[in-house]
Each structure stands twice: as C-alpha cells, then as structure tokens.
Design a binder for this molecule. Structure first.
Ligand code: AMP
Length: 464
C-alpha cells in the first residue's frame, strides 16, 4: 500500500478546493487555473486536476499529488487553447483515494462533454446511486460527484438549466459545484450554502473559487459570494443567475473560519483572519489565566493567539517553530506515528519557553494528539506551566458534510469532559471557546452557520 494510502486510512479529512474561469480576454485559462489551485492547496493535497473546454471538446489532466507535482510545463501546454477551465484539489471525503476518484470528473454523454468539480459531501449519495444503478447506470468512480454528473446527463433532454435544477432538487448534502460544458461554465452552491463559493472578475473574464484568496493570487477582483441555492451560468452571452428555493436557515460550515480556510480569505462577508483574532480575544475574556507568554500552534492557531495576547495583555511570542515542508496531511494511522507526526511538524523554542508560564492557543482539539504532544514538548523545553486555550468549542460530533472528522469514539470531546481532557493532555488548565463566543466571531455573516460538530444539530439528516 502506498504510504499516502496508509496515512489517509485514519484521516481527519478535509474539504476540497475548486476554481474556474470563463475567458473573454484571450487568457491562458489553464495557467490561471493552475495558480488559482495553488492558492487553494490548503483545501486538499491528495490529488489535483484541470479540465479545459475549447468550444468543441473538453481535455483534462489530473493525478495524485500536490498542484506543482501534478502539473509541469508539458502537461499545462497540452491544455492550451481553451476558453473555459475548471480545476480541483482533493482531499478525499468519500470514496477511496485512487486516481479514478480524482477530479474534475469528465464524462461524455449523448449531447457532448460535461466536466464537474465538487467540494462537499452528499448525504443521500448511496440512495441516489442505488436508484441510478437499478435503472441501468454504470459508475466509473466511487465519488458521490459522479452521481451528480449522471443525474444531469440523464435529464439533459430538457436543457442544461432544467437538468441542473431537477438534479438539485434530488441532492441532499453539501455541494459547491463547478460544471463545464464545451461552451459554458456553471457554478452551483447548495441551498444551505454549506461550502463557500465566490465569484470574481479578471479583466472581462469571470472567475469562480472556493475562497477569495485564489482571486488575489491571479490578480482577479472579488465580485461577491455566490448565494446559497444560486446557480450561475456563464456563457458567451454573459452571466445569468437562477435562484433555487432555499430553507429558512442556511448552514455554512463554521469550521471554515476556525481551521480550513486561509486567513486571507473573506467568506460570506466575514474575514477569516478577523474571525480568528476575535475568537482569541473572546477566549481571553472567557478563560483568563496568569501567565508570562502567549504562543500559538502554527499556522491556524497563531491568529487566535495574537487575539488572546491583545485581549489579555500578556505578550505574544513564537514558541513553536513549524517545519514548513510538512503539509496538513501529517496525521498518521497509528497513535505512535501520529505523535511522531507532531514532532516532525513542530518543535518548541527552548530559548523562548524556558522558565515561563505559557498559554498555548490552538484552533481545535479533535483526538487530542496534537495538544498532548505539544504540552510534553513545552515541558521538555522548560515551561513552568502550560495552559491550553482552544479557539473553538469541543468537537463532540462527527461531520457528514465533507469534513471527515473521525467517528465519535475517536473524538476526545465526545468521550470526556473538559477537566478529564485537561488531565489526559497533561496541561495545567484547559479552556475552550463557548458556542456563544464562536457565534460572535462570525456576527454579520450573510449565511447562518452549521455548528453540527459542536452541537450534534445538523441542517440536514443523513440518509444512508
Ligand atoms: P488532534 O491532534 O487530533 O486533536 O487534532 C487537532 C489538530 O489538528 C489541531 O492542531 C488542528 O489545527 C488540526 N485540525 C483540526 N481539524 C482538522 C482536520 N479536519 N484535518 C486536519 N487537521 C485538523
């Protein structure tokens, strides 16, 4: 088995990243998509792919690995001449990790070609797949995204717009979706808006991406977030928006702000950086402590640590140094390997830590491995006291919508109370951000939030 497969077996999965462009300026769409995906690499490191449409046909290239591993000059040159492109970086959330599950998914059907890039997870994929198989459909992959492609292709006789609308009425779950035909780019956000999706402009061309940081990377301008339940169709005639019916309450995943998204992105009106910093400030009020130094677990804990330092008046310092060549896929299947993973990723700065009472901020505790190992490292580096503060509430429930948190039995927050967790990770004290505190950090968002991993209340029930 490939080491990466072993690594992913017991993974903490995360989401995918998608990027698309409809060119009206004679741009090299494959190159822009490459850079867009590069900026979204944090959303998935398992595979990457780009598909381009030139009015006649769709060509694509995808493979396992990071964006710069998958594409070189030759593979990008082979995609030259397109007018539209969509790209995808994948961290598997459903289906196994084989290449045939990499995206974009490109299918040929009676009316031509259709390419699809999906971020999210359908909770009725199994049911839909069974229904389609009963009716004679054959599937090439195990990803739920193929179910979407199949449903659209089956209803295409009524026209693309109708086919998409009918398909959406059948789908349950989270999906930010990019579809591409030979001459159209279509962006779809599920009616709950669970996954982010934004629209931008590059000259006269349109771009779409999971996060606004991808627009900055290609010098595009952010226009607006795509609304929950909105379908945007971009063609030579311009841009058309169709609003599908939406539930009373939307459900954007709050973990985007806590961990997934890049700090320099703005999602549904909220700056990720601002939300993280505010979380740290509120944490300082909710769980104050007498200490000498605030440190953060890089990278996602650093911003909250700055907020905690600001809120508490305790100075901020760099106490942990991160090996920048270790990505987010450090999590290992066996406990020993997982702990080793933390050692390889992070090291304590003895010079800064020695003799001090430390407050260490991380964004979340999932299994407890990271915090436990870091407490150990800090004590070895001479910390006098180690106080852990977490800029989110305890993760107590699994997620069915694309954030592949482990089953309940592996979630330390599902099994133990705060005091017991504190004892297990060996800290002097432990404090989590409250749910109310978390909600304050995203106040003013144009979407309601899904807090399922903290409360067990999900916008949609799974149907498997
Ligand atoms: P754990 O060591 O299992 O408690 O995981 C917590 C650490 O993993 C924290 O440092 C988080 O920044 C990070 N983290 C949180 N959620 C995820 C996720 N879904 N995938 C990968 N890492 C995560």
């Amino acid at each position: 088995m490939h080491p990466r497969d072993v690594l992913l077996q017991d993974k903490l999965g995360e989401e995918c990243g998608i990027f698309g462009i409809f060119d009206r300026d004679g741009l090299a769409v494959q190159e822009i998509t490459y850079y867009g995906l590069y900026a979204l690499q944090h959303r998935g490191q398992e595979s990457a792919g780009i598909a381009v449409a030139d009015g006649q046909t769709i060509r694509h290239h995808k493979a396992r690995g990071l964006v710069p591993e998958v594409f070189d000059e030759e593979t990008l040159d082979a995609l030259q001449g397109g007018k539209i492109a969509i790209g995808h970086v994948r961290y598997p959330t459903y289906g196994d990790t084989g290449l045939y599950n990499a995206q974009p998914l490109v299918i040929k059907y009676k009316k031509g070609f259709l390419a699809l890039a999906h971020n999210g997870n359908l909770v009725n994929a199994e049911v839909l797949r069974n229904e389609l198989e009963e009716a004679g459909a054959v599937f090439q992959t195990s990803v739920d995204s193929e179910v979407i492609a199949n449903l659209i292709a089956r209803q295409i006789d009524e026209g693309l717009e109708k086919a998409i609308q009918k398909t959406m009425s059948k789908l349950k779950g989270s999906y930010a979706l990019l579809l591409m035909t030979e001459d159209k780019l279509i962006a779809v956000r599920d009616p709950y808006g669970m996954r982010p999706l934004a629209l931008g402009r590059l000259g006269h061309s349109y771009v779409v991406a999971s996060e606004s940081c991808a627009f900055d990377a290609v010098d595009a301008e952010f226009i607006r977030d795509i609304k929950p339940g909105e379908v945007i169709i971009i063609s030579q005639d311009g841009l058309k928006s169709i609003q599908m019916p939406v539930p009373l309450k939307s459900g954007l995943c709050v973990f985007e702000f806590i961990y997934f998204a890049r700090a320099d992105s703005t999602i549904d009106g909220i700056s990720v950086y601002g939300a993280r910093k505010e979380a740290g400030k509120i944490l300082a009020v909710e769980h104050p402590v007498d200490a000498d130094l605030v440190i953060g677990v890089p990278d996602s804990g650093t911003t909250a640590a700055l907020g905690y330092a600001e809120g508490s008046g305790i100075p901020f310092g760099e106490g942990l140094i991160k090996n920048r060549y270790v990505g987010r896929t450090f999590i290992r299947p066996s406990q020993v390997m997982r702990e080793q993973g933390v050692r390889i990723k992070l090291n304590a700065l003895r010079k800064i830590i020695k003799g001090k009472r430390i407050v260490m901020i991380d964004d979340s505790i999932v299994r407890g491995t990271t915090s436990k190992k870091i407490v150990e490292m800090l004590r070895l580096a001479g910390a006098r006291e180690v106080h852990i503060r977490i800029s989110s509430p305890p993760v107590r429930f699994p997620c069915y919508f694309g954030i592949d948190t482990p089953t309940k039995e592996h979630l330390i927050g599902a099994k133990y109370g705060v005091e017991e967790i504190c004892r297990i990770i060996g800290a002097d004290s432990l404090g989590y951000l409250s749910i109310d505190g978390l909600l304050k950090t995203v106040e003013g968002s144009s979407c309601d939030l899904c807090l399922g991993c903290f409360t067990g209340e999900y916008p949609i029930e799974a149907e498997c």
